[in-house]
Design a binder for this molecule. Structure first.
Ligand SMILES: [Zn+2]
Length: 340
């Protein structure tokens, strides 16, 4: 029996339809993904090939190493195919129509010096260095007061829209808050006005009470399959109490989230084999809403969205996702998926 569930966080409906697993097309699209072979061309993201990328913006470097040469753990460079760049943004008007030049920052974080093609192969130390780098970039860009929104995301594998196999993350900083985000934060604000608790605090607390969708807990952080998961085996790692911005997390919190992230990805890999996914890290807007600092109302959240199925016409036209795996089943399988 299917259910139409309401995703209160994103104000969307999803259809949880386990019977669709028997649909022949869906079974076909569950075929195993073969890991990508080592590229025949030199990989510009591998250590030793620094000359193949634009000059670095930032790197976690070994002591004594030289900028734009080898000897680094993470490296940040401008995106060659950038959507926006930091330059003066005059607004142009033609009667009713207006545009501004693509102002902002588009950066690529090279997650590791090794040619690692999946985040599922990372150790906790890799994750700590990744979080530390993201936090440094957010903290640095926050100082430019023209920037009001930062997106942090990973596309891993072709099904998730990635064109480079070497593990990397993208950062896009903009002088405006995208509509979907401003609506998300307006709802967070309204919920707080009516309930005196942040929405994510209430969601994580209720998940913890119900237990059926919880995967694992560590320190103040919890990994769970959200009630209205739009994607099969969708996972959120969040906290009921930790504020939204990555650059305000303390070193021991980064260590806790890194441990939880690595453990969650390994559980997903044990269940799904090699899988493609999108991942986003929450980034509350850098401006106040209705005089309120929204990072006080938002909670630090990582969202992992496995791309096991292709979306069809219904999803594309209605904006409603159909998920054939109940989040309760996904969480149970992940909970039980311990080290071999
Ligand atoms: Zn590489």
């Amino acid at each position: 029996m299917s259910e139409i569930r309401y995703d209160r966080l994103h104000d969307l409906h999803v259809i949880i339809a386990p019977e669709r697993l028997r649909h022949p097309d869906e079974v076909e699209s569950l075929e195993k993904i073969v890991p990508e072979p080592y590229p025949s061309e030199p990989c510009p993201f591998c250590e030793g090939n620094e000359a193949l990328t634009p000059r670095e913006i930032y790197a976690l470097r070994d002591e004594g190493s030289i900028i734009n040469e080898s000897g680094w753990q993470t490296r940040v460079v401008p995106n060659l195919f950038k959507a926006v760049q930091i330059e003066t943004p005059p607004n142009h008007h033609f009667g009713l129509f207006e545009y501004r030049e693509g102002f902002g920052a588009h950066e690529v974080i090279i997650d590791t010096p090794r040619h690692t093609t999946s985040m599922c192969e990372w150790g906790v130390q890799d994750a700590i260095m990744w979080f530390t780098t993201l936090a440094q970039r957010v903290g640095d860009l926050r100082r430019d007061h023209r920037i009001t929104h930062i997106s942090l995301f990973k596309n891993e594998g072709k099904n998730a829209g990635s064109s480079m196999s070497h593990c990397h993350t993208q950062l896009i900083a903009l002088p405006l808050v995208p509509k979907s985000h401003s609506e998300l934060y307006r709802r967070a604000y309204e919920y707080y006005q009516g309930n005196a608790h942040p929405l994510m605090e209430s969601i994580v607390s209720q998940e913890e009470q119900m237990q059926s969708r919880i995967i694992e807990k560590a320190g103040g952080f919890t990994s769970f399959c959200p009630y209205a998961s739009g994607y099969p085996f969708e996972v959120m790692i969040s906290s009921a109490y930790e504020r939204g911005h990555i650059d305000t997390l303390k070193a021991e919190q980064i260590e806790t989230i890194s441990t939880l992230l690595v453990s969650t990805l390994q559980k997903l890999k044990r269940q799904l084999g090699v899988f493609h996914f999108n991942l986003s890290v929450s980034t509350p807007p850098l401006i106040d809403y209705a005089g309120e600092d929204l990072s006080e109302l938002c909670r630090f959240t990582i969202r992992i969205m496995p791309r096991l199925y292709r979306h069809g016409g219904f999803e594309n036209t209605s904006g409603i996702l159909i998920n054939p795996v109940t989040p309760e089943l996904a969480a149970k399988l992940l909970r039980e998926s311990n080290h071999e």
